[in-house]
Structures are given as structure tokens and as C-alpha cells.
Design a protein around this ligand. Structure first.
Ligand code: MTE
Length: 335
């Protein structure tokens, strides 16, 4: 694997905590932050290597519905992302405090999310590509291979955590898709199934959940397709079997349980943008100097602790991504 140079984190010495993988935090989560993305002021809320792995594909179409990729975890850690400069959030804390509106507009959706059947599961790669394809999730994972990266996650609601994700670079998926030169954006969609997801019966939401990035953003090394966490394959509440992680952007961009990736020349209008364009934009890059219209973004609460820390521009990943935006100063880059 080719790894880029280790990023220099924009953290002060005091903020950096020595870290051990899977270190447990004993402080369990205190209940609910008051700020939730949807309860907003809105009417709506009233309411291993690929080569080895390839050999183990039993049936590429997975009619059995079995998960064929358990054996890939824990994945080898990419040394570039072996530390996020913060203690890893306790797995129990992380997996019981989730935003997944398909299963409810509060944080305790983990039990409900277990009704999501994640095998068989296919991903469509469509739109402006040389050839559209539909690929079974385990075939995709086996083809791409998996690695572990420790990333920070900053929710627009001003809380944050640090997670050992497993998966593969989004840029690798772009290569697999072979986009045409006319493709400017990637549009991601979550599953839609009102029988399984009670949120889908709430017709005031613009389902399915949708997100987008530019093709340049998708080709940046930080963009990551997540298939596992904490050394195992992905829990349903985290957005199994495939979610996105864009650690320099607010968490709502990290779309869960993806079924389609469309290459397009039109800028996608995301789920939250459709609901509340003045509060949630296309770019959504983290910036402590640009407040959300209803709250400050200067600091963040670390989940599982009582600590509040200063928020960093691009969530501390500026060295990796700031260049993407140097010619876009007229855009609403930070919401
Ligand atoms: N993806 C879907 N499909 N549905 C959602 O409600 N919530 C987003 C994002 N992806 C969401 C989603 C928000 S607001 C955040 S902060 C993260 O998922 C939360 O991820 P976590 O539950 O793993 O912390």
C-alpha cells in the first residue's frame, strides 16, 4: 500500500492524549445533548489484501445472504491515520448514541436499527461512468480490501468522537467506477424501505437520505468508505454495510447504509439542505469561526466525557484538504 506522509495535526500539546487502540473510556455518556440536527426549528421536526480475499468468494452474487467478509477484521492500521491525536471513544458510548433518522429522530436508535437486513445488499454505481454496475457488498469489499484509520468525527450539533473505522479509500471506488470527464459530483443515496425503517413513514422528510461531494473531494485521500469499526464489521446503527466518512466535514455528510453512488454533472441537493437550506449546505466544512444560525461552533463536547474543547478548522485536517477550496471563496464553504 502507498501511504502519504503522516499529517501534522493542528493540535496543541495539551490537547494531545497518548492513545492506545481500543482504549476504553470509563465515563459513560450523559444523556442527550440538547441540540439535535432535526428537532431544529423546523416544522418537519414537529413531528488484508484484495488478492487473498478474492479467493474466498464463495458466490459472487451472495444469494445466501451471509456476510462473507468477517474474516477481514481487524484490518491492518494505515500508519498515516494510526492516531487522531485524541482518545478513541468507547465503543459502547459510540454505538448507543447515533444519528440515523431512518430509525428515529433521537439518539437511541441502536435497537431499532437491528431490523435492517444488510445481506444480501448491492451497491449501484451509475450515471456518468464508462459502464454502470451493480455490485454485491461483499464482492466490493473483497475487491477493495480493508484498512483501519482512526478519524475524528465532528457533528454539526457540536459534539465529537474518535473512531477506529475500517474500510477503503473513496478514491479507490472512484477508480473502480471509471467516471467520464463530464462527471463533477458524486451523489450517494441511502436505502429506502418503510417496512423496515419507521422514519421512512414520516413523509415530511425528503427520503431517501442523500449526500454529495465533488469529484475532487472524492479523490482526496481522506475520504473513506467505511465497512467496519472497532476491529469488526460495521454495526447496523453505524450505517452498515457501507457508509461514508469525511472527517473534515460536519457529520451529516457521512451518509449511512449506501445503496447507490451516482456520478453526475449536477450538484446534489442533500437531505438536510432540502429540509433547511439556511442551516445545512452542500460543503459543510468544519469551521469554529462560522456559527450555525442557532448555536456556536466554537467548541465541541467530547462524547463520553464532560470535556469541551475548541473546534479546529476543517476539524484539524486543513493540511490535507484546504487546497481543495482555494478557488471557491465565493461558496458557502462552512455550513
Ligand atoms: N445517514 C443516514 N442515512 N441517516 C442519518 O440520519 N445522520 C448523519 C450521518 N449519516 C444520518 C446519516 C449525522 S447527522 C451524523 S452526525 C452521523 O451520520 C452520525 O453517525 P454515528 O451515528 O455513527 O455517530
Amino acid at each position: 500500500m502507498n501511504y502519504i506522509k503522516r499529517p501534522r495535526w493542528q493540535l496543541s500539546e495539551a490537547e494531545v492524549t497518548p492513545e492506545h487502540i481500543f482504549m476504553n473510556r470509563r465515563n459513560f455518556l450523559k444523556k442527550a445533548s440538547a441540540l439535535t440536527i432535526g428537532t431544529a426549528s423546523y416544522a418537519y421536526s414537529a413531528s488484508n489484501t484484495a488478492a487473498n480475499a478474492e479467493a474466498s468468494i464463495a458466490n459472487p452474487n451472495q444469494p445466501s445472504g451471509k456476510v462473507l467478509t468477517h474474516h477481514l477484521y481487524p484490518a491492518q492500521t494505515n500508519p498515516v491515520y494510526a492516531s487522531a491525536g485524541r482518545e478513541i471513544t468507547d465503543e459502547m458510548v459510540n454505538s448507543t448514541y447515533n444519528n440515523f433518522y431512518e430509525f428515529g429522530s433521537h439518539k437511541e436508535i441502536s435497537n431499532r436499527a437491528q431490523s435492517l437486513n444488510t445481506r444480501p445488499w448491492t451497491i449501484k454505481i451509475e450515471g456518468l461512468v464508462e459502464q454502470e454496475q451493480t455490485i454485491a457488498i461483499d464482492d466490493l469489499i473483497l475487491k477493495m480490501g480493508v484498512e483501519e484509520r482512526i478519524y475524528r468525527h465532528r457533528c454539526v450539533e457540536a459534539w465529537s468522537m474518535t473512531i477506529p473505522w475500517s474500510g477503503f479509500p473513496l478514491s479507490k471506488l472512484v477508480s473502480l467506477a471509471r467516471p467520464l470527464s463530464s462527471a463533477k459530483y458524486l451523489e450517494f443515496k441511502t436505502f429506502f424501505d418503510p417496512k423496515v425503517a419507521p422514519g421512512h413513514r414520516q413523509s415530511w422528510y425528503p427520503w431517501p437520505y442523500l449526500e454529495g461531494v465533488t469529484i475532487e473531494e472524492a479523490q482526496n485521500d481522506l475520504g473513506f468508505m467505511v465497512t467496519g469499526a472497532y476491529g469488526k464489521d460495521l454495526k447496523k446503527q453505524f450505517g452498515a454495510p457501507l457508509r461514508l466518512a469525511l472527517p473534515w466535514k460536519y457529520g451529516f455528510k457521512s451518509i449511512k447504509s449506501i445503496v447507490s453512488i451516482r456520478f453526475t454533472d449536477k450538484r446534489p441537493i442533500s437531505f438536510w439542505q432540502q429540509l433547511a437550506d439556511k442551516e445545512y449546505g452542500f460543503w459543510a466544512n468544519v469551521n469554529p469561526a462560522v456559527d450555525h444560525p442557532r448555536w456556536s461552533q466554537k467548541t465541541e463536547r467530547i462524547l463520553g466525557s464532560n470535556e469541551r474543547i475548541p473546534t479546529l478548522i476543517y476539524n484539524g485536517y486543513g493540511e490535507e484538504v484546504a487546497d481543495l477550496y482555494k478557488n471557491l471563496q465565493n461558496e458557502r464553504l462552512f455550513m
